[in-house]
Design a protein around this ligand. Structure first.
Ligand SMILES: NC(=O)c1ccc[n+]([C@@H]2O[C@H](COP(=O)([O-])OP(=O)(O)OC[C@H]3O[C@@H](n4cnc5c(N)ncnc54)[C@H](OP(=O)(O)O)[C@@H]3O)[C@@H](O)[C@H]2O)c1
Length: 205
């Protein structure tokens, strides 16, 4: 299952301030539309409220703990598993949909939801904004070595927009030894126990 996190992130990992984006980058809004069109998008209730309506041409899935919350055009879910199930079983109405979106979940924020879905993410599409704005919502820290950046493009700023870099990353496939390391409670690689435990036999290896 492909799970893509799409986010615009500042150098200090800020993604939002007082329920708004700290910047206005029209090209990024257009990019967001293209990157999500025809797909199932998963968002937190606060992000939905800041958008204010269901986004057209996409299946809108909103996570909330409020069992009474509803909104026209929105599929409401209360767990990560239900959100992923709704997204990945959704078949776009148009069978010739050029975006071929089925079986992919696109997570569009905000901070709580990115953190919640990060363990499930297979892909990241980031707009890395060259700003250090004040903010109260942050993108989770990425663990070094878990991601391979497969595409990157720089966009220079203008008098009204900051410069930024667009990047696409894929979760690195883990080798069996790395999986063992992650599974180990100490985070250390466990080697198989030695056949001989006396010091002499080690010296002779
Ligand atoms: N830069 C970007 O790319 C980007 C993208 C999206 C959003 N943003 C920004 O991010 C900020 C919003 O982020 P946020 O972290 O405050 O809010 P959020 O992640 O959008 O939504 C949080 C809400 O999601 C629901 N939720 C969270 N965990 C849940 C769980 N385990 N089970 C069920 N429901 C759960 C809760 O809704 P209830 O309270 O209803 O229970 C919670 O209040 C805004 O500033 C926005 O502008 C930035």
């Amino acid at each position: 299952m492909k799970v893509t996190l799409v986010a615009a992130v500042a150098v200090n990992r800020v993604i939002g301030n007082r329920d708004e984006l700290p910047w206005h980058i029209p090209e990024d809004m257009r990019f967001f539309r293209t990157a999500t069109m025809g797909k199932a998008i998963i968002m937190g209730r606060k992000t939905f409220d800041s958008i204010g309506k269901a986004l057209d041409g996409r299946k809108n899935i909103v996570l909330t703990r409020d069992v009474d919350w509803k909104h026209p055009g929105v599929t409401v879910v209360h767990t990560v598993q239900d959100a992923l199930a709704e997204a990945t079983t959704w078949i776009p109405a148009d069978p010739y949909n050029p975006y071929g979106a089925a079986h992919e979940a696109v997570v569009i924020g905000g901070a709580e939801i990115y953190t919640l879905f990060m363990p499930h993410a297979t892909n990241l599409t980031l707009t890395e904004v060259h700003l250090n704005p004040v903010g109260d919502a942050f993108f989770p820290k990425l663990r070094l070595g878990e991601w391979d950046r497969v595409e990157t493009a720089r966009v220079f700023g203008t008098p009204t927009t900051p410069s930024y870099r667009r990047s696409v990353s894929r979760r690195r496939k883990l080798t069996p030894i790395a999986v063992k390391t992650l599974e180990s409670p100490t985070g250390r690689i466990k080697f198989p126990p030695p056949k001989h435990t006396d010091a002499t036999s080690y010296r002779n290896i």
